[in-house]
Ligand binder design. Structure first.
Ligand SMILES: Cc1cc2nc3c(=O)[nH]c(=O)nc-3n(C[C@H](O)[C@H](O)[C@H](O)COP(=O)(O)OP(=O)(O)OC[C@H]3O[C@@H](n4cnc5c(N)ncnc54)[C@H](O)[C@@H]3O)c2cc1C
Length: 372
């Protein structure tokens, strides 16, 4: 019997499903994909795009094109709620979309509660598209005067954004911007001390300042205010304070994990509604909480694809195994990287070359689907 599969978000965990949409359709199912943009941007290359190592075209996947080409329906819009009992998805536009099987890959967002009112020239590091706007604004301001760029946050995305904002403005001579990270109380605190040392050294060598004494309390247009009341004039501000799963699940009365992510079992399936699945940053994997890194979203791909098909066809589901430790390489923006895998920590040009090779190969694999 013809069933309706609805995919919400064209993120990293839906890539294999999107690549195989035709298979669902050939089996007689209807597929609808809902996403707020015709493109999905690969976050691993986002900071490099800010620094102009990559163009926006290099790092994006044309979700809309791939869906339509294979006979699916693409809806440009944002899901805001689910009615799991009525099996309906509710969009921001008010439209409702009925489903038989539903899969979420809606990612995460950067909480904006520190931003006062409608502060201008403040850019969250997600969605990645915002980095295109930030790049434009930095170039526009830096062509006229010496500016200050502030990055609020003390984790890897703050480090990568700082390094690549520095790279972006290297041609500005004496107008070269001042770049300052507001890292709370401890920069790169989740990582081994040697990773922190290598990243700090790379940034400080280029004059990037790292403040590690207190948290930022408020952000206004052109101003960062710390808990002590100390204030910093800042022309362009990035917010990189960590991410939270999409709020859809909380709004929908679905079972959620402690972080608000969709609570899923070993089959990446809602613990209460067997026809709802999910992957990537928006889920809370019940067996073992997973870091919010693209690596897991990518690893979930084939199980999610198999299980969506199995659910439509009434077959047995496959369990997801998160696997062991993963390779992390940070793009420092000066042609070098910092690499960590288990006990191995290394920095330099080779580390960046490895990241660049892996990331380009990943994107190339999915961009090929656009051409098929
Ligand atoms: C600057 C930066 C650099 C990073 N670098 C790395 C790295 O090098 N390696 C790594 O492993 N991880 C990295 N991460 C972490 C990584 O971004 C996430 O873990 C990864 O993006 C998760 O993938 P995802 O598909 O779940 O979510 P996303 O990539 O956020 O994709 C979610 C998709 O859902 C869509 N969507 C969102 N809301 C809705 C809605 N309401 N309705 C419909 N569609 C919606 C979005 O448009 C988007 O296409 C980085 C993060 C940042 C911020």
């Amino acid at each position: 019997m013809r069933k309706h599969l609805v995919l919400v978000g064209g993120g990293h965990a839906h890539m294999v499903t999107l690549a195989n949409l035709r298979v669902f359709i050939e089996k007689g199912h209807k597929v609808t994909v809902i996403a707020p943009s015709p493109y999905h941007y690969y976050s691993g290359m986002g900071p490099g795009m800010l620094g102009r190592i990559y163009t926006p075209d290099d790092i994006r996947f044309s979700t809309q094109h791939v869906v339509k080409k294979q006979g699916g329906t693409f809806v440009l819009g944002k899901a805001v709620q689910v009615d799991p009992k009525g099996k309906k998805l509710i969009l921001e536009s008010g439209e409702t979309v009925p489903y038989d099987v539903l899969s979420f890959n809606v990612g995460s967002y950067v909480p904006e509660n520190r931003i006062m009112g409608t502060a201008r020239d403040v850019f969250t590091v997600k969605p990645i598209e915002k980095l295109i706007d930030a790049q434009k604004r930095i170039l526009e301001l830096a062509s006229r005067k010496k500016i200050t760029i502030g990055i609020v946050g003390g984790g890897p995305s703050a480090a990568e954004i700082a390094g690549n904002a520095w790279r972006l403005t290297q041609d500005y001579g004496k107008n070269k911007p001042r770049v300052r990270i507001f890292a709370g109380k401890d920069f790169m605190s989740r990582f081994p001390v040697n990773v922190k040392k290598k990243i700090s050294r790379s940034l400080k060598r280029r004059g990037i300042e790292i403040r590690e004494s207190e948290y930022v309390e408020k952000i206004k247009t052109n101003e960062i205010i710390l808990e002590s009341g100390e204030s910093y004039d800042t022309d362009v501000i990035f917010l990189a304070v960590g991410v939270k799963p999409s709020p859809i699940f909380k709004e929908s009365d679905l079972p959620i994990g402690p972080d608000g992510g969709l609570l899923v079992n070993q089959y990446l399936q809602s613990t209460e509604y067997p026809e709802i699945f999910g992957g990537g940053d928006c889920i809370y994997f019940k067996n073992q909480p997973l870091d919010k890194v693209g690596v897991y979203a990518v690893r979930e791909n084939s199980v999610l694809y198999q299980n969506l098909m199995a659910s439509l066809e009434g077959r047995a589901l496959q369990p997801f195994d998160p696997g062991g430790d993963y390779l992390l390489i940070f793009n420092m923006g000066d042609g070098t990287g910092v690499l960590r895998k288990k006990w191995l920590i290394s920095d330099g040009k080779l580390a960046f070359k490895i990241k660049d090779y892996i990331d380009r190969r990943f994107m190339n694999k999915f961009q090929q689907i656009e051409k098929k």
